[in-house]
Write a protein that binds this ligand. Structure first.
Ligand code: ASP
Length: 470
C-alpha cells in the first residue's frame, strides 16, 4: 500500500512505497538524491551505487517525472537534517524504482510562488501552475472554508439545494450569458446571474432555510478583478429580520476565521453596523475600510453597511435598483397600500431599502436584503423601474403568481467566496484562489474557450453568425 510523504516520520526502520513527482534531483559523487513530492509534502530519497541497476534507472530521472519508489525509512545522519521540510529528519534508502510517467521540462518554474511568470502562460498550463505550493495551499484552504460553511449551516438546519444553471434571466444588474435551445429553436436559456428567484421560490415552497454554494454568471466588461463566473454562498431564510440575518452571517464568518485562521484578529465584534449615509459622509465609500493599521495583514475589520437607498438614478434619467428589485423598501410605511402609493408617485433616491452589505477591509464581501413578499408592491417596484405591466408579467409573472399562494416573509444574502478567500490568503487577486480562472477578456486559455461552433451545430441550433466587417 502507498505511504504518504507526511506519514513517513513515524515509520523509521520500515519499508514503504511512496508515489509522487520528482521535485528535484541532485547528484553527489556517486549517489543520486531526489526530493519526491506528493500533495502532502516532500521527502528525500537516496539511490546508492551499490545497486548498479537501480542507480542506472535513477540516473534517467528528471523533474516532474512520476514515480513509485520502495525503500526503507532511515533517520538522517547527524548534521544532515533539513529543518525546512517536515520530513527533514528522515530519508528513504531506495530499493526499487518504477517510472510511472515521464515529463517534458515544464514551460516555467513551479517551485517558486510564480508571480514573476507571465499570467497567460500560467493560465495556459494551469495544471502545472496548480502544482506550486502556494496554489495547492489556496485550493485546500478554499475547500476548508467551504466545508466550514456547509457544516455551520447544516448544524442550523439549513437545506442545501441545487438550482438550475439553464434558466431564465434574473436581473442582478449585469448582462446575461445565454445558451441557445436546440429543441426550441430561436429560444435561449440564460445562465443565472444568481439563484435569486429560485431561492425565493424555495421559501414559497416551505424550505425555510436554504443555502447553496452557487455559481453565478455575469457577462460584464472587464472591470478590474472580476470573473465571468464566480462562487457565492447563497442563502435565504423565512420569517427573519434583517438583524437575524446579520447575526447569522457574523457567527459564520467570525467562527470560520477563528477556526481556520487563528493568527488573524477580528477588530470588532459584534461587527459594526454603519448606515450608507454615514459611510458615504465619513469614509466617502459604501465599503469602508475600518482597519486601524492597514499594513497589518492579520487585521480583519468586518462591518455591515445598512439603510442603502432603494433606487439610484442612472445616466439616462431612469431609475435602477441599488441592490435588486426584490428588495423591500424600508421607509415608506408598513402598509402595502402606503408603499404602493409612494411608488405610484415615482421612485426617488430618498427611499431606503432593507439591503445590508457585508464589508471586510474595504471590500464588499456580500450583499443581501429582506425581500418584498407582497405581490402588489413588488409589481409596482418593477413598474417604477420602467417595466410596463405586460413586461412585468412576461419576466416575473411566475414569481408574482407564486406569491399568491401563501408566501412567508423572507430574506437572505450571498457572500462571495472568491473574494473572501483572496483576502484571507493575502492574495493580490481572485484568480489566485480559483482553480481555472478566465483572463480579463473572458477566455480560458487552457481549453481555448470560447471557440467557434461547426456548421452542423449551428444548423441544429438554427443559428447563423453575422461576422463583423474588419
Ligand atoms: N442575489 C443577490 C446577489 O447576488 C444576493 C441576495 O440578495 O441574496 O447579490
Amino acid at each position: 500500500m502507498r505511504t504518504l510523504s507526511k506519514d513517513i516520520i513515524n515509520k523509521v526502520g520500515e519499508k514503504v512505497l511512496l508515489k509522487g513527482w520528482v521535485d528535484v534531483r541532485r547528484d553527489h559523487g556517486k549517489l543520486i538524491f531526489i526530493d519526491l513530492r506528493d500533495r502532502w509534502g516532500k521527502v528525500q530519497v537516496i539511490f546508492n551505487p551499490k545497486d548498479a541497476e537501480l542507480l542506472k534507472l535513477a540516473d534517467r530521472l528528471r523533474s516532474e517525472w512520476v514515480v513509485a519508489i520502495e525503500g526503507e525509512v532511515k533517520e538522517r545522519p547527524k548534521g544532515m537534517e533539513n529543518s525546512e521540510i517536515a520530513t527533514g529528519n528522515v530519508e528513504i534508502a531506495a530499493t526499487n524504482l518504477e517510472i510511472l510517467s515521464e515529463a517534458k521540462t515544464p514551460p516555467f518554474d513551479i517551485s517558486g510562488v510564480g508571480f514573476d511568470i507571465g499570467e497567460d502562460n500560467r493560465l495556459k498550463y494551469r495544471y502545472l501552475d496548480l502544482r506550486r505550493n502556494r496554489l495547492q495551499k489556496n485550493m485546500s484552504l478554499r475547500a476548508d472554508i467551504i466545508s466550514f460553511m456547509r457544516e455551520y449551516l447544516r448544524d442550523l438546519d439549513f437545506t442545501e439545494v441545487e438550482t438550475p444553471i439553464l434558466t431564465k434571466s434574473t436581473p442582478e444588474g449585469a448582462r446575461d450569458y445565454v445558451v441557445p435551445s436546440r429543441l426550441q429553436p430561436g429560444n435561449f436559456y440564460a445562465l443565472p446571474q444568481s439563484p435569486q428567484q429560485y431561492k425565493q421560490l424555495l421559501m414559497v415552497a416551505g424550505l425555510e432555510r436554504y443555502f447553496q454554494i452557487a455559481r453565478c454568471f455575469r457577462d460584464e466588461d472587464t472591470r478590474g478583478d472580476r470573473q465571468p463566473e464566480f462562487t457565492q454562498l447563497d442563502l435565504e431564510m423565512s420569517f427573519v429580520s434583517r438583524e437575524e440575518i446579520m447575526e447569522l452571517v457574523e457567527g459564520l464568518f467570525a467562527g470560520l476565521t477563528e477556526k481556520l485562521f487563528p493568527n488573524k484578529k477580528i477588530l470588532k465584534k459584534p461587527f459594526p453596523r454603519i448606515t450608507y449615509k454615514e459611510a458615504m459622509e465619513k469614509y466617502g465609500t459604501d465599503r469602508p475600510d475600518l482597519r486601524e493599521n492597514k499594513e497589518d495583514p492579520n487585521e480583519l475589520a468586518f462591518c455591515f453597511v445598512i439603510d442603502f437607498p432603494m433606487f439610484e438614478k442612472k445616466d439616462d434619467g431612469t431609475f435602477g435598483a441599488v441592490h435588486h428589485p426584490f428588495t423591500k423598501i424600508r421607509n415608506c410605511g408598513e402598509d402595502a397600500k402606503e408603499v404602493v402609493a409612494s411608488l405610484e408617485e415615482g421612485p426617488n433616491e430618498d427611499m431606503l431599502s432593507e439591503q445590508y452589505d457585508l464589508v471586510l477591509n474595504g471590500n464588499e464581501i456580500g450583499g443581501g436584503s429582506i425581500r418584498e413578499h407582497r405581490a402588489e408592491v413588488l409589481e409596482k417596484v418593477f413598474m417604477a423601474l420602467g417595466h410596463t405591466k405586460k413586461e412585468v408579467q412576461e419576466k416575473f409573472g411566475h414569481l408574482l403568481e407564486a406569491f399568491d399562494y401563501g408566501v412567508p416573509p423572507h430574506g437572505g444574502i450571498a457572500p462571495g467566496i472568491d473574494r473572501f478567500v483572496m483576502i484571507l490568503t493575502g492574495e493580490p487577486n481572485i484568480r489566485e484562489v480559483i482553480a481555472f480562472p478566465k483572463t480579463g477578456d473572458g477566455r480560458d486559455l487552457m481549453m481555448s474557450a470560447p471557440s467557434e461552433l461547426d456548421k452542423k451545430q449551428l444548423d441544429e441550433l438554427g443559428l447563423s453568425i453575422k461576422r463583423k466587417k474588419k
